[in-house]
Design a protein around this ligand. Structure first.
Ligand code: ZN
Ligand code: ZN
Ligand code: ZN
Length: 255
């Protein structure tokens, strides 16, 4: 399985405008991040945030065969405006897979689009371009239904969970037993909760413990936020913990 990281930031890209913190003033190219998205086997795009058009241009991608959406927060769907088949030739006949809730939101935001709409159900696996895709619902937002994807290519398993606070059920921990797990890295240590403490993002330190407990062979933190250290510091810290890495835009992985 071939994975290309097109973007690795949390809800807002880096550097932030008029911010002189260490992260935003870093001169390392790996600290310049656009919204999280990956491209698998030169065919499947996961998520289409506000930067997607420029990410596709930058990486010269014009062969998308399908799009999978984790959820309908703006940082994962707002780029669909630019991918409307009415204006975007590469989207002709490209199906977009989302949950029923995600489509309800998309239909409201993009009422006159001509997307090829496909829906999936939680835990119900389906085949796509030779891969088995399983949408796993997760706790993340009070009002926005959210999934991560477990993707099997015969014996190789990838997990992609860019927005994740916890599993809905303890038995779902088996979905992290993968060869490579992309996990929510919105914050390093502090809790990232909203509302009644039941929604938000796991922090990286807790994520490391959970990923190891579940048996992920390699973990890559993506969806990295403002409350994380610059790439070099974060990488050093993660590498001390085992096969754990920080994603960056343009990262390529072969499993
Ligand atoms: Zn997000
Ligand atoms: Zn900053
Ligand atoms: Zn989200």
């Amino acid at each position: 399985m071939k994975i290309k990281v097109l973007g690795s930031s949390s809800g807002w890209a880096f550097p932030r405008l008029v911010c002189d913190c260490r992260l935003c003033s870093s001169t390392n190219e790996r600290d310049k991040r656009l919204r999280s998205s990956i491209f698998i086997n030169d065919s499947i795009l996961i998520d289409a945030g506000p930067d997607i058009y420029h990410q596709l241009l930058q990486f010269k991608i014009c062969n998308i065969k399908s799009i999978l959406l984790t959820h309908s927060h703006p940082d994962h769907i707002f780029g669909l405006h630019d991918l409307n088949p009415k204006k975007c030739k590469i989207m002709k006949n490209v199906p977009i897979y989302g949950s029923e809730h995600t489509w309800k939101v998309l239909d409201r935001i993009f009422p006159n689009s001509r997307y090829r709409k496909e829906t999936f159900k939680d835990y119900k696996s389906f085949e796509l371009h030779g891969l088995k895709i399983t949408p796993v619902p997760v706790v993340h937002s009070e009002n926005i239904h959210t999934v991560g994807f477990v993707i099997n290519d015969q014996n190789i398993i990838l997990g992609y969970f860019p927005d994740f606070l916890s599993f809905k059920k303890e038995e779902d921990m088996k979905y992290f037993e993968v060869d490579c797990l992309f996990l929510d890295g919105s914050t390093l240590k502090k809790p990232f909760y909203t509302g009644s403490n039941k929604w938000g993002h796991i922090n990286i330190m807790e994520g490391i413990i959970l990923a190891k407990k579940c048996g992920a062979k390699k973990t890559i933190f993506t969806h990295l936020g403002h409350r994380t250290p610059p790439y070099d510091d974060l990488s050093k810290l993660l590498r001390k913990k085992g096969e754990i890495y920080a994603a960056f835009d343009g990262m390529e992985i072969e499993l």
